[in-house]
Design a protein around this ligand. Structure first.
Ligand SMILES: NC(=O)c1ccc[n+]([C@@H]2O[C@H](COP(=O)([O-])OP(=O)(O)OC[C@H]3O[C@@H](n4cnc5c(N)ncnc54)[C@H](OP(=O)(O)O)[C@@H]3O)[C@@H](O)[C@H]2O)c1
Length: 345
């Protein structure tokens, strides 16, 4: 047994309503010695996404629920610090779904959320958790495969200052949308969208009447609505769609912490009247095509057309608090937590 101790956050109870710190328990357990065919990873960053709230409900979603007493599941990047595996060398950076813990032993075989992947030299590891990871791929495939923005389209994105929304809106602009409107909470986020990311307009849903503002900003209707939020915001967009508009159902964070699910969208008959489509998707269905997305996203970053933001908190002791920031609207861009410096330079 090595003398390393592994700080881990376990799921302690299933949240009722809003997730809270006491739904998780911090433990420290010894790290065992690795065996032939295994390697030991020091996790450096944990990534947070609203979908993780669904993973701790008792019902199966698109992945099985995390069980009480298990390490909380999350995407991670880390560095290999010991190896008895021919394909993983000490010092390699890897991304994976290794959860809320400091260390993980792996054998390179696919687990519940796939195998760990080596991060190519020269790519900043955190980008594999943000714009070149699940978030960027979600924005890319949701916007392009389902939203299909055409030159001249009016595109609206909710949750626009978050990890997915901020990238989705910029992709629409890159593809020639005539107007990109973001919906986000608070003036600061709205200013960031317009001044830094090149959105044409941002609507502060906490202080403005979204339905009225969408009518003002999109007088000929919305061609593509990329929705991360659901609820009232989706209902407002439904009333402002253009003929043959597309609604991309990416997520519905407004209801993720509701103990009782609200009734569905009131205005869904607008889909009939305006011949619109509304389609959901899950990014994992596109993983086989990830190479194409990463190539495009990397190219746009290199050319300066696509900006990305990471909101980095610090310290494993702050893990549940960092998760809660998503539901408190505190993050700008991708929510990450740094839990260690790279031990091997
Ligand atoms: N379909 C897929 O495969 C897939 C994959 C990844 C993510 N998603 C979905 O994409 C959405 C965004 O995920 P993300 O990882 O990029 O997170 P994120 O947008 O970076 O963070 C969540 C943001 O949601 C907003 N929010 C929180 N509670 C809200 C509420 N009650 N009403 C309105 N807005 C609220 C907050 O911004 P404000 O300050 O603006 O309120 C917060 O910053 C989520 O719905 C997620 O489930 C889907």
């Amino acid at each position: 047994m090595s003398n390393r101790m592994n700080g881990q956050w376990l799921l302690a109870s299933r949240p009722q309503g809003m997730v809270k710190e006491s739904d998780f328990e911090y433990v420290r357990t010894p790290v065992r010695e690795i065996q032939a065919g295994e390697f030991l990873i020091r996790n450096l960053y944990l990534a947070f996404e609203p979908a993780m709230r669904g993973w701790i409900n008792p019902e199966e979603s698109y992945v099985p629920p995390v069980q009480i007493g298990e390490v909380m599941r999350s995407a991670t990047v880390g560095q290999v610090i010991e190896s008895q595996h021919p394909d993983y060398a000490v010092g390699d950076y890897v991304s994976g779904t290794l959860g809320w813990q400091e260390y993980a032993i792996n054998d390179g075989q696919p687990g519940m959320m796939g195998a760990v992947s080596k991060i190519p030299a020269g790519v900043p590891p955190i980008l594999l958790l943000s714009v070149l990871g699940a978030t960027g791929l979600t924005a890319y495939f949701g916007m392009l495969d389902i939203g299909k923005p055409q030159a001249g389209d009016v595109v609206v994105v909710s949750g626009a200052a978050g990890a997915t929304g901020s990238v989705a809106g910029q992709i629409a602009r890159i593809k020639g949308a005539s107007k990109v409107v973001g919906i986000a909470g608070g003036q600061q986020k709205c200013d960031w969208l317009v001044n830094e990311l090149g959105f044409d307009v941002a609507i502060d849903y906490k202080h403005e009447d979204v339905q009225q503002r969408l009518r003002e900003e999109c007088p000929a209707g919305i061609n593509v609505f990329f929705d991360n939020v659901g609820g009232e915001i989706l209902d407002s967009a439904l009333l402002n769609m253009a003929q043959n508009g597309r609604i991309v159902l990416c997520g519905g964070i407004s209801a993720y912490n509701e103990a009782e699910l609200p009734a569905g969208p009131r205005n869904y008959m607008q889909l009939v009247i305006r011949r619109c489509t509304m389609q959901g998707f899950i990014v994992i269905d596109y993983l086989a095509q990830a190479g194409r997305a990463i190539a495009d996203l990397s190219g746009w970053i290199a050319s300066g057309e696509l900006k990305h933001a990471e909101d980095i908190q610090h310290g494993i002791e702050n893990t549940p608090k960092t998760f809660m920031r998503l539901f408190e609207g505190k993050n700008v861009g991708k929510q990450l937590l740094k839990i260690a410096d790279a031990p091997i330079s």
